[in-house]
Design a protein around this ligand. Sequence first.
Ligand code: 5AD
Length: 347
Amino acid sequence: MKQLIDKLKTEHRLTKEEWITLIENRTPELADYLFVQAREIRHKYYGRDVYIRGLIEFTNYCKNDCFYCGIRKSNGNIPRYRLDEDTILSCCRSGYDMGFRTFVLQGGEDGYYTDERMTHLIHRIKTSFPDCAITLSIGEKPYDSYLEYYNAGADRYLLRHETFNETHYRTLHPPQLSASNRQQCLWNLKEIGYQTGTGFMVGSPHQTAEHLAEDMLFIEKLQPHMVGIGPFIPHHDTVFAGEKAGTLELTLYMLGLLRLMLPKVLLPATTALGTIDTHGRELGILAGANVVMPNLSPRDNRKNYSLYDNKIATGEEAAEGKAKLIRQMESIGYHVVTARGDSLMDV
Ligand code: 5AD
């Protein structure tokens, strides 16, 4: 097994069978070996810096009905909200003053936010904060919409492929959605010139080691700038309310493997990872991650952006969250930095 990890570290690719073997035969000892290698690579390219992104969850309206997601359209139990442009700008302002140089606009697929409203918003943020990067995370759109947002000043786009396998994809989503369309969106984003992020949930219902192997092969082919992964966590108002959550252990292992496959990738220790374990985000960094995305949304809206149960930081001020994060990172020997934190992939 260690030889497979060494091979991944030098060749940055494995066959499907090798991926399955490495995933199915993992042990705590092997994981520790992997994390040492992953940290070595991480330190080589990114030192001990941790990049921060200010996450602004600007709408929880969504036209989709994904079986796992708490803001799915058929969930009638959450109050819906959308932030207006001025509110979003003031989130950016307070974030900027705290040292954030990337703003991530994340939302459900909300018809109110037309291309016209999005480009207006992007343009306004870009003019107010010219030294900041804008990341969008607003789902599947036509090519021309992606192009318009890019021309308005958006720099990056996050769209997790969720799972590569078409059959598995269909067990997680209603029939209108397909893995192939999702993947096409990612190719389009890359072609337009976005720093593009994909990703998947770890331990989603019916997921097998083979599915994870296919995810790794897809990511190897896509060569994204960022990969966001986190454990699946059930939400009580969804189809998957009674399903088991993904584990901390497997998520950390996949993070380590991603770091070795894509040495320069931007790899967040996600909110979901911090939710299943109090030290999840620190452990994520120690497994090879180099990004954290604290929440800048207004406090009162946060509880309603409930993708899954018990999501962290719902009651805290953004500034408290950042102070806590700085302490957590310092405690493991890493430093939160004020920088855009662009991907090194294209340099
Ligand atoms: N558990 C974990 N992650 C989830 N997401 C949505 N619902 C859940 C859940 N129940 C993730 C999806 C999506 C991202 C914004 O949040 O992967 O792409």
